[in-house]
Design a protein around this ligand. Structure first.
Ligand SMILES: [Zn+2]
Length: 243
């Protein structure tokens, strides 16, 4: 029996038969993987804690025909405060649904796991990071799709190739159909619904998040958050429809 050691966080749990659960783990080495946690609903089960939503653990797994099974496991972080806060738990549900939708088994999800763990940590310590939930969610979404390979160029207009940063007083436009940024001269005036208009300051923040190291992705200040939050939502929604 070949054993595989992974670290991962439970992003979905489904009841299975009387005492078992099927859990989906966002892992460091196996992608997003389904595990049949036998007996996990029993109160004396060694996998009781590790098989719960949002618990981060180390697992030793073995592979069956359809699922992986747990040989042993140990909890690394329960994110307890977050799991008992209803509003933050709803946010975690939203993010895990998105992760579940855009990742797969055997994909390299190690960076996405790090990003998600960092995001949960920041959600748990909002005051320390001087961030609110909406901004944290937007940063997560932008970085997630950058990691998945969908970063548009943010330095120049995709059409005329003029720099977008230099005209600080002007607005720039994100075309979510094509996933590109355009200057004001290059948007089609008869098709305005496909663009969102953002400030150059917001563009800087987007550029920062797309290029920053995962550890530093939450460390920036932004005065006007609305454009940034709208961009994060539109960027993630339009791309996740295409995956
Ligand atoms: Zn242009």
């Amino acid at each position: 029996m070949k054993l595989t050691k992974i670290k991962g966080i439970v992003i979905k749990e489904t009841s299975y038969k009387d005492n078992d659960k099927i859990i989906t783990i966002l892992s460091d080495t196996l992608g997003t993987v389904s595990v049949l946690a036998k007996g996990a609903k029993k109160t004396n089960s060694p996998s009781l804690a590790s098989s719960q939503f949002l618990v981060y653990s180390e697992f030793i797994l073995y592979k069956g025909t359809q699922y992986y099974y747990i040989n042993s496991c140990s909890v690394l972080n329960t994110f307890y405060n977050l799991r008992i806060d209803f509003d933050k738990l709803q946010i975690a549900f939203e993010l895990t649904r998105l992760i579940y939708r855009v990742t797969d088994e055997n994909q390299d999800t190690s960076a996405i796991l790090k990003l998600f763990l960092n995001t949960l940590y920041v959600l748990d310590h909002l005051e320390k990071f001087q961030k609110d939930e909406k901004l944290v969610v937007a940063i997560f979404k932008i970085k997630l799709f950058e990691r998945l390979g969908f970063a548009p160029r943010v330095d120049i207009c995709a059409n005329c190739h003029e720099p977008l940063y230099e005209k600080k007083q002007e607005k720039v436009f994100y075309d979510y159909v094509e996933n590109i940024f355009l200057c004001k001269n290059c948007i089609k005036s008869n098709d305005k619904k496909r663009y969102i208009e953002i400030s150059v300051a917001t563009l800087y923040a987007i550029y920062y998040v797309m290029t920053a190291d995962l550890k530093k992705v939450f460390s920036f200040r932004l005065k006007e958050k609305e454009d940034f939050e709208l961009f994060g939502q539109v960027f993630a929604d339009s791309l996740s429809d295409n995956i």
